[in-house]
Design a protein around this ligand. Sequence first.
Ligand code: SF4
Length: 426
Amino acid sequence: MNFREAFLQFVWKFQLFDKTELRTVEGDSVAIFHLGYQNTNAGPDFLEAKILINQIQWHGNVELHVRSSDWVNHHHNQDKAYDNVILHVVWKCDKTINRTDKSAIPTLELHNLVSPEIVLRYQQLIKSKDPVIACANQFEKVSDIVKFDMMDKMLTRRIEQKGKNAASLLIANNNDWEETAYQLLASNFGFKINSEPFLMLARAIPFKVLLKHGDSLFQIEALLFGGAGFLNSIDGDEYYLKLKREYDFLQKKYNIQSLDVSNWKFLRLRPANFPTIRIAQFASFIYQRYSIFTFLIELKANSNFIKELQLKASDYWQNHYQFNKPSSKKEAKMGLEGVENIVINTVVPLMIAYSKERSMPELMEEAVKILEHTTVESNKVTKIWSQLGLSLKSAYESQAAIEWYNYYCQQKNCLNCNVGVSIIRQ
Ligand code: SF4
């Protein structure tokens, strides 16, 4: 489907044409009772329409094309799936079209029925020179209600996608919620840059192994740092060598395949975000936590959930960023932004996936409330929206805005955007 055909579908969907005394190109009167349901799968564009043609009521499908000859160009003339088309709606009729049984399909031509202003507004939008937001110079004029509706739609889309991603991980883990929560959390501890090695680490050291050593932060650290490949050197300070000895023993016991240390990225990271610090914080999180999954899905929006997630790394990491390199004293606690990232990308997706699986709408509501209680994100996309005057007050809104930008503005999907619809319809 090219973009002009998308516009034609838009015109039909919102019935943006003069419907007084409608006639087919063959001269028969037309009255539309029901325009049909838009079909995004294979087959005609609108299904189950009800249309009166020459006083006879028809119930069937509607197909739209820029030119009627596109019917043949798209090979519908050889496809019985199009035999139930009761009306062919075209911008221009340049050919009479028949079904596979040779019966003629009534054709409605629109090019004289759509106001030039609507066409102009559509063209201005799609030809916009603004490389980021096509409607940038008109956005301010659109009512807040339209924007809020779009935000709600986008948040629903975003959390559904996050829930689906968590559900896919669950399937890969044979429906084990505990391992799924652990792996999801691990990949978020790595943030974008070390997310993949963190996930590899969580797969190399399953949560059920850590659970056997849940009362010893030292052993959890040995398993995680050893599994990550950080304990391969024979030299080091006292703490390092102690961890190494412990890991050598546990590695044999559990037959662990350590990662290659080269998987971890330090370049361009602030020391507080080094993977060594993140692993130490992750170890503290695991320590004495016998069900990560239960802990995460039981977090409440009205509790201090940020504090509950913001754990301090062990003493060694209070004056080290890497092994064997002492630094000045600091508090190796994850920053607010890091914790909020975990809330958005681990806690909320888990809650959504579980609420769907167990039909627990109250858990979905809690997930949404948690987003409402989480600070708005600050990134390239949220800055673009702020410059347009869209005020974002919480992660609920920034998540919606990110989805909107990525899947609508970036894809030039303006005809399916409430703001785009509002601008063209006016
Ligand atoms: S998708 Fe909507 S908000 Fe984005 S550029 Fe198009 S009309 Fe504007």
